[in-house]
Design a binder for this molecule. Structure first.
Ligand SMILES: Nc1ncnc2c1ncn2[C@@H]1O[C@H](COP(=O)(O)OP(=O)(O)OP(=O)(O)O)[C@@H](O)[C@H]1O
Ligand SMILES: [Mg+2]
Length: 507
C-alpha cells in the first residue's frame, strides 16, 4: 500500500489550497489589486496603516501594540515619499527626519518575522544584514555602503526602485560601544558613524572603491558609448529598520528609575519576563546613549518599538495560528513523503510549555518539535503509514510510540503480502504479537521475517478449509506446525469434510 506519486501530488495540491493559498495571494497584492502593471522605475504605494496592521496580525501573535506602531510608520513613510515626489522643491519640508525604526525585544519574539512580512506585502526591495559583519574601515567584515549596493541588486539593478527600499539591520545592539572596561570601543562607534550618514541622506557609489575591475569596465564603456551610466544611489527615501535584543538595557533603565532598590526583581520567571518587557518599554534616548550609542545615531531612529516577550500561552497561540510556520513547516516536511501530520491540542500545549522553558521565544518551538519528531521523520517514510497523529502520548514518550508504529507496520506489511499472495487475511491476538515481538528481538530479525518462518505453510492449510480469514494465537506461535495440524483435524471433524489423510499430513 505504498503511496503513488500522483497521490502525493494531490495531497500537496489540497494542502496548499487549504492553507497557503492566501499567503501567496497576499504577497505583492498592492500591485496586483490595482490591476495596473507597475513600471520598473515608477514608485507605487497605496497601503493604509490599518490594512498593513490587519495583515500582520494574521500572522504575528501577541505583538498588537508594536504592530500598530510599525504598520503606521512604515505606511506613512512610503505614502509620504510618494507625496514628496509630486511636490515642488518649495513645498518640501527641508531637513525633515525619516521614520527609521528601532525594534527592541528578546530573541524569537517576531522582530525579523514582522519585517519580512512587511517586505513581502509591500513588495519593495529589501535587504537584511547583521550589523556585526561591519567594521569601521570596511576591510575586515564589510562596508556599510555594501547594503545600499545590495539593495540595487535586489531591485534588479533598477536604481530608482532601490531608492525606495528597506534596509533591515539586525543585531544593532552589537555595535554599541560599551565604555566600561577598556575605554570607548572606537571601531564600533565608527560603524555607527558610517551608518548614520546613510540613514539620513547620502549618495553611494554603485561600484565599490576597491573593485578595480568594475571601475575599469565602467571607464571603457563610457569611452565606447560616450555615456556615463548613472553611478550613484541616494539613500534619502530608503527606510532603515534596526533591531536587537539589547540585553542589559533593562539594568540601565532600572538604575535610572531606581527600581532594584524596591525589589522589582522578585517573582516567578513568567512574571519576571513580563516585568522585563515593561521595563524595556520605558526606554529613553538617555538609556540608549548609556548603552553605547552615539546621540546622532539614535537621533536617526526616531521610532522606538519594544516587542513583548512570548510566554507559554502566546507560544501555544502561535502554534494554533493557521499560518504557523512551525506547524505548517513540519506538516510539509512529512507531506513531502506522502504522510499527513495532525496535531492534537494537548500535544501543542505540552510543546509550548517545553519551548517556553528554553527562553528563546518562538525559536524554542522549532527545537522542541525537532526533538520529538526527528526519529519519526527518519523512519516513517520507509513505512506504510499515510498519516501520523501527534498526541500527548507521542510527545511524552516518542520512543515508545515509534516502536508501536514500527511493530504495527511490520504486521501490516506481512498481512498485506499474505493477502496479496493467498487471498487470506491473517489476524494476530495480542499475546501472539507479544511473543513474535520477543522472538524478533532475540533473533535480531524483523517481525515480518519471523512470521514468514513460522507461517510459511499456513496458506495451503487454510485454503483447504476454504477460509478467507485466520487468527494467529499464542499457541500458533509457540508450536506453529503442531497447531495448524490440530486445527485442521478439529475443523475437518466438525464440518465432516471428506479430505484424505495425505492432504492433512502435508501441512
Ligand atoms: N509573535 C510571533 N507570532 C508568530 N510567530 C512568531 C512570533 N515570534 C516569532 N515567531 C516565529 O519564530 C520565528 C523566529 O522569530 P524571529 O526571527 O522573528 O525572531 P527575532 O525576534 O528576530 O529574534 P532574534 O533576536 O533572535 O533575531 C519566526 O520566523 C516565526 O515563525
Ligand atoms: Mg531576528
Amino acid at each position: 500500500m505504498s503511496v503513488s506519486s500522483s497521490d502525493n501530488q494531490k495531497k500537496f495540491d489540497e494542502f496548499f489550497q487549504s492553507m497557503e493559498q492566501d499567503i501567496f495571494a497576499n504577497a505583492n497584492s498592492v500591485q496586483k489589486d490595482e490591476g495596473k502593471p507597475v513600471k520598473e522605475t515608477e514608485f507605487s504605494f497605496d497601503l493604509k496603516p490599518e490594512e498593513l496592521e490587519t495583515y500582520l496580525n494574521k500572522y504575528v501573535v501577541g505583538q498588537q501594540n508594536s504592530i500598530e506602531v510599525i504598520a503606521t510608520k512604515v505606511c506613512t513613510h512610503f505614502n509620504r515619499m510618494k507625496l514628496e515626489k509630486e511636490l515642488s522643491d518649495d513645498e518640501r519640508v527641508t531637513g525633515s527626519i525619516k521614520s527609521n525604526i528601532l525594534l527592541i525585544g528578546p530573541t524569537g519574539v517576531g522582530k525579523t518575522y514582522i519585517i519580512k512580512l512587511i517586505a513581502d506585502k509591500i513588495g519593495v526591495p529589501f535587504v537584511k544584514a547583521d550589523a556585526t559583519k561591519f567594521s569601521e574601515t570596511g576591510y575586515v567584515g564589510g562596508d556599510v555602503e555594501d547594503l545600499v549596493r545590495e539593495l540595487v541588486h535586489e531591485a534588479d539593478e533598477d536604481i530608482s526602485k532601490a531608492e525606495y527600499g528597506i534596509i533591515y539591520l539586525d543585531e544593532i545592539d552589537k555595535i554599541a560601544s560599551s565604555s566600561s572596561g577598556h575605554g570607548i570601543d572606537v571601531s564600533r562607534s565608527g560603524v555607527q558613524r558610517n551608518l548614520l550618514k546613510l540613514m539620513e541622506e547620502a549618495d553611494v557609489d554603485l561600484k565599490t572603491p576597491h573593485d578595480l575591475a568594475s571601475q575599469v569596465e565602467a571607464a571603457m564603456e563610457a569611452q565606447r558609448t560616450g555615456h556615463v551610466k548613472r553611478k550613484k544611489i541616494n539613500t534619502r527615501n530608503i527606510l532603515f529598520i534596526c533591531s536587537g535584543a539589547f540585553s542589559g538595557l533593562q539594568d540601565i533603565i532600572k538604575k535610572r528609575m531606581n527600581l532594584q532598590a524596591i525589589g522589582f526583581d522578585s517573582g516567578n520567571s513568567d512574571k519576571k519576563a513580563f516585568l522585563e518587557t515593561e521595563i524595556l518599554a520605558e526606554t529613553r534616548t538617555e538609556d540608549l546613549l548609556e548603552y553605547g550609542f552615539e546621540s546622532e545615531f539614535i537621533g536617526r531612529l526616531p521610532v522606538t518599538v519594544v516587542l513583548n516577550d512570548v510566554n507559554e500561552d502566546v507560544l501555544y497561540q502561535i502554534l494554533k495560528n493557521r499560518y504557523s510556520t512551525v506547524v505548517n513547516g513540519k506538516k510539509l516536511d512529512f507531506l513531502a513523503y506522502g504522510i499527513r501530520l495532525f496535531f492534537e491540542d494537548e500535544a501543542l500545549r505540552i510543546l509550548a510549555k517545553r519551548a517556553a522553558s528554553e527562553h528563546t521565544g518562538a525559536r524554542g518551538l522549532l527545537s522542541v518539535f525537532e526533538k520529538v519528531l526527528i526519529k519519526y521523520e527518519k523512519i516513517m517514510p520507509s513505512l506504510h503509514y499515510e498519516e501520523l497523529v501527534v498526541d500527548a502520548d507521542l510527545v511524552n514518550n516518542p520512543e515508545k510510540k515509534l516502536k508501536e508504529l514500527l511493530l504495527n507496520d511490520n504486521i501490516k506489511g506481512f498481512q498485506s503480502d499474505f493477502l496479496a499472495a493467498h487471498g487470506i487475511y491473517l489476524d494476530f491476538s495480542d499475546e501472539a504479537m507479544e511473543l513474535i515481538q520477543q522472538r524478533a528481538s532475540v533473533e535480531h530479525k524483523s517481525f515480518k521475517a519471523i512470521c514468514e518462518d513460522l507461517f510459511r505453510d499456513y496458506a495451503y492449510a487454510i485454503k483447504l478449509l476454504k477460509r478467507e480469514q485466520f487468527t494467529i494465537t499464542a499457541e500458533a506461535v509457540q508450536d506453529s506446525s503442531g497447531y495448524i495440524e490440530r486445527y485442521i483435524k478439529d475443523n475437518y471433524k466438525k464440518s465432516s469434510v471428506n479430505v484424505s489423510q495425505d492432504d492433512t499430513g502435508s501441512v
